[in-house]
Design a protein around this ligand. Structure first.
Ligand SMILES: C[S@@+](CC[C@H](N)C(=O)[O-])C[C@H]1O[C@@H](n2cnc3c(N)ncnc32)[C@H](O)[C@@H]1O
Length: 193
């Protein structure tokens, strides 16, 4: 397992990514074709920026990726990248409209500070996913998609329930590049009802 992780760590370094997380998004995107030239994307919990780097390369000059994180980004921003330094729970979501009226994709790799207390961590993880769903509700194009990370636990079924209520297609994804022992799992929602 460690060797696999070392592989992704080295690959990220070699390809200039800020983190190996980029390969999880790459795997999901390759399979589900989420990103296109010109796509507009909101990336929640974007620090240190590897998802933004991957997205920026895929969407090209006509696309736009807006990253939001409570930690300031250190990577240099390309012309198709924007960044808002804020906790998502404190952000006035109406300001997102100033960046673009409609987005094609909302992605969230947000992870809570874990306490080790299962119920608390699961509840915090769900709350961050619910914020991503709220952002999607406000700014996503009807044909757009939302991808969220959740820590598998008591609240996973609740997230699926909420997403199935709102999206016609809901898929759970565990990328190969995600550590097997990690509780993280991604849920993709497509086509708002
Ligand atoms: C696993 S990292 C994201 C890695 C990123 N996708 C990448 O590829 O570089 C999770 C991020 O979620 C952010 N985060 C967690 N809770 C947040 C919140 N309430 N508001 C904004 N960002 C949050 C953390 O600051 C952290 O940078």
């Amino acid at each position: 397992m460690k060797e696999v992780q070392d592989h992704y760590f080295k690959k990220a370094k070699k390809e200039g990514y800020a983190a190996r997380s980029a390969f999880k998004l790459e795997e999901i995107d390759t399979k589900h074709k989420l990103l296109k030239s010109g796509s507009k994307v909101i990336d929640l919990g974007c620090y240190p920026g590897s998802w933004m780097q991957y997205v920026s390369g895929k969407i090209g000059d006509k696309g736009l990726v807006l990253g939001i994180d409570r930690t300031a980004l250190q990577i240099s921003l390309k012309d198709n990248m924007r960044f808002i330094h804020s906790d998502i729970n404190e952000l006035d979501l109406s300001t997102l409209e100033n960046v673009a009226t409609r987005f094609n994709l909302v992605i969230s790799d947000m992870a809570p500070n874990t306490t080790g207390v299962k119920g608390v961590d699961a509840a915090r993880s769900l709350q961050l996913c619910e914020m991503a769903l709220l952002v999607a509700r406000e700014r996503l194009h009807p044909d757009g998609a939302v991808l969220v990370k959740i820590l598998r636990g008591g609240t996973f079924d609740e997230l699926l329930r909420q997403m199935r209520n709102e999206y016609r297609i809901v898929k759970t994804i565990k990328p190969k590049s995600s550590r097997k022992e990690s509780k993280e799992i991604f849920v993709l929602g497509m086509h708002r009802k």
